[in-house]
Write a protein that binds this ligand. Sequence first.
Ligand SMILES: [Zn+2]
Length: 453
Amino acid sequence: MKIRTLALIVIFISTLYAQEGQLNRNIKPDERYKADVLLVVAHPDDETAVGSYLAKLIFDEHRKVAVIYTNRGQGGGNSIGIEQSQAMGEIREIEARKALAKFGIENVWFLNGYDTPGQDVLHALKNLKHGAALESMVRFIRLTRPEVIFTWLPHFVAGENHGDHQASGVVATEAFDMAGDPTAFPDQVATPRERMDIGNFNEGLNPWQANKIYYFSDADEEVIAPGPKFDASEISPSRKLPYYEIASELNTPHLTQGDVSESGLKAQKTGDFTEFKNYHNRFHLIFGKSVVRCSPEGDVFEGVTSGAHPYVAPRGYEPRKPEGLGIQLGGPFSFYEDFWRAHNIENVGPLIKPEINVAYGSYLNIPVIIRNNTKDSVTVTLQAKLPEGFRLSSGEGRYFLAPGETYPIETFVFAPAEASRGPYEVIWNALSDGKQIGSLSIKTFLSEWTLPQ
Ligand SMILES: [Zn+2]
């Protein structure tokens, strides 16, 4: 080849290169934060509830798990130090990180809720700063891109029934239904203007539709519900220990929560894991919903698709329009009736009939709503039918309702100072013109101590 021809070829190739330039490649989301399962709980130590299941997922199925806590557990007592409240919350954050590190979980975030010891989900949502928490939760789903979400059951139960637990389940469910919608918190999914420069207020995430959501409960009685089969006594092939025994490792760093850490430390010292065996054998995941075809009893990853799943809109709120005169439970009970339907998890509603746990001698607040969906004004009489030893405080009386009106009434009853656990049936009857128009009852369990209602 002549020198001149060669020179022409070189010029031709370099011109081509200059015209087309370097091939640009899309920048991918950060793989270090991709999770298979996102666990959403309320407090440091809540992760112990699902410890045996996490052991199986992590050690034997090699799944990546990320965890969100909605608060730092500032509301409890401190077993080893004087630090309380916010200061103790900072300690508990570290304890939770140490616990999860035992399972190799590093992607752990805390929302800025304030621990709210009580049974009312609405009160807990208020202290969680519901709107801000939802925005954060949607962000974490988009960041971690989980196929599956595990969280506390959004339901009122007789048991610990921690309002914060319920609230974490409520916000996780709402975020499950929002994270795939680019119009929800659009700044999160907008492209940053100058990725390598300062002041990029758009976050550069992608919408993300998780495949499935499963729940677990802190109810005293085992919640019998469809969910994946799991045996906590099964021996982990990799660790050669029963899953409940591996789960005990999560307990030990929670030193500010003496009962939690001591049970783990004692079991590991004595080799007696009976407490863990009993606890974790009662544990199971409750099927919430799935946007992919699967059986509620099937494996957690059955039918799961990798990569982004197209957005699936939830049903959304639809007003209930019962006809005529009647009564129904109000407050959190009424909220859940609407919430379950709006988020297509009405399957979890009937799992637990209305029930409550109250302390001996403590009050029992039952919110009642009287509705008048007739064309006439009416007077409704509310009467309590109480078990022996229970004492009425307030709520009985005559109530006037205009056509189309609903009347919320907070009723109060005192439980006996000493009694057996029950259950007892507390009943409210509503009458109009001498005829019964409705009745509702709450199965009431008594114990020495419960969270305040
Ligand atoms: Zn908790």
